[in-house]
Design a protein around this ligand. Structure first.
Ligand SMILES: [Zn+2]
Ligand SMILES: [Zn+2]
Ligand SMILES: [Zn+2]
Length: 382
């Protein structure tokens, strides 16, 4: 895959690259860097690292932190730091991704995941990177109750939820089940059914309906019979958000590797997301008011991952396909039409609060501690 891409287009990306590249400007250099994916490396799932770099809240948070619980060769924290440092400072337009690739391979050796040369899942790669960041900063496997102010994973990405069945008829309810989510997964089959249903009713899809569409799709099929004997009602699940995440990641689950629902799904995507629409109830006052903006997306097409990210300073959407970086346009619809043309299936959507801030480092580790036996411990837990 990478071979075709790198040798068919000798310009390394064509006009888009030249247009956005101004010699001497660190910002435009950082903006136009791709990640090397040589023949046989199959590293395109690392485009998720490219999106992390493009997320302002994440990039600035990581810059704040340096002390951590280090795993040496398999340290994902060090690998991210090194790749981000090169994004910032290197004069090269294409960077090697070996440090991150090797750290992932070493970390997940026992599970035989993310091994060198093998293709792997970009969504799982992203979730694993977040989980590891928590471990490197907090060094505590009880991640659901993490309260560290410097933990990017739980301060910025985690959605703290509980779900409960409540009967509207008799008022009976199940015990609330609390849990934490880093990615909110939705089935695209259920989503396109909701799109069809809405179109049948209103004949058009408003972009501000996206949260509600996701909620309806997510609740599809989650029916139980009322716990109260003799009631007989079937009742729906309710999901309640208790915190105010500044980055919300939506993950799409596809029934087929190539789906004829792709166009429908892309057209339904809203560039804005209200948390009140996404969940049945939101308890945090800030979360009630917050409107998140779509700033990144990882897609899948012909067994290959690529990414789109919105660059805040230049107000442009960029396309990242391993070593190739292209400017797409300033509007979300520019991205949507490229996806429709290229049959890109969205896999992860990244929504962020434009007023979001980096994590505080007040309770971060003051220095880096090498943890030789840490790895065995972590693997024992997972
Ligand atoms: Zn380290
Ligand atoms: Zn944490
Ligand atoms: Zn009932």
């Amino acid at each position: 895959m990478a071979w075709v891409k790198m040798f068919k287009k000798p310009g390394g990306g064509g006009g888009g690259l030249k247009k956005s590249y101004q010699p001497g400007s660190m910002l435009s250099l950082a903006l136009t860097k791709g990640l090397l994916n040589e023949p046989g490396q199959n590293s395109c799932f690392l485009n998720s690292a490219q999106v992390l770099w493009q997320l302002d809240i994440f990039r600035r948070s990581l810059r704040h932190l340096s002390g951590h619980f280090c795993l040496g060769d398999s340290c994902i924290f060090c690998a991210l730091k090194s790749i981000f440092c090169q994004f910032q400072q290197s004069r090269e337009r294409v960077l090697p991704s070996d440090s991150l690739r090797n750290a992932l391979a070493e970390t997940f050796k026992d599970e035989q995941r993310f091994q060198l040369g093998l293709m792997d899942d970009a969504a799982e790669c992203f979730e694993n990177i977040l989980e590891r960041i928590h471990l490197h900063i907090v060094s505590d496997t009880a991640s659901d109750s993490c309260s560290s102010k410097s933990c990017i994973t739980h301060q910025k990405f985690a959605m703290m939820l509980y779900e409960q069945f409540v009967c509207r008829c008799c008022g009976a309810s199940s015990d609330p089940h609390p849990f934490t989510e880093l990615v909110h997964y939705v089935s695209t089959t259920a989503l396109s059914q909701q799109v069809d249903r809405t179109m049948a009713k209103t004949e058009r899809l408003r972009s501000d309906m996206f949260g509600e569409l996701l909620q309806a799709a997510n609740n599809t099929g989650d029916l139980r019979s009322c716990p109260q004997r003799n009631c007989g009602q079937s009742i729906k699940i309710r999901r309640v958000l208790m915190n105010c995440p500044e980055i919300v990641t939506i993950g799409f689950v596809w029934d087929a590797e190539q789906s004829d629902l792709t166009d429908d799904v892309i057209r339904s995507l809203g560039p804005r997301l209200n948390l009140c629409g996404l969940f049945n109830r939101v308890t945090d006052e800030n979360a009630k008011r917050s409107e998140l903006h779509l700033v990144g997306m990882i897609c899948f097409s012909s067994k290959h991952y690529s990414a789109f990210a919105y660059h805040t300073k230049s107000s442009k959407w960029m396309f990242f396909d391993d070593a190739t970086v292209k400017e797409i346009g300033s509007k979300w619809k520019d991205v949507a039409s490229k996806c429709v043309r290229g049959h890109f299936q969205p896999l992860l959507l990244f929504y962020t609060n434009p007023e979001g801030t980096p994590v505080s480092n007040e309770d971060a580790p003051r220095q880096t501690t090498m943890c030789p036996r840490y790895k065995g411990h972590v693997n024992g837990e997972t």
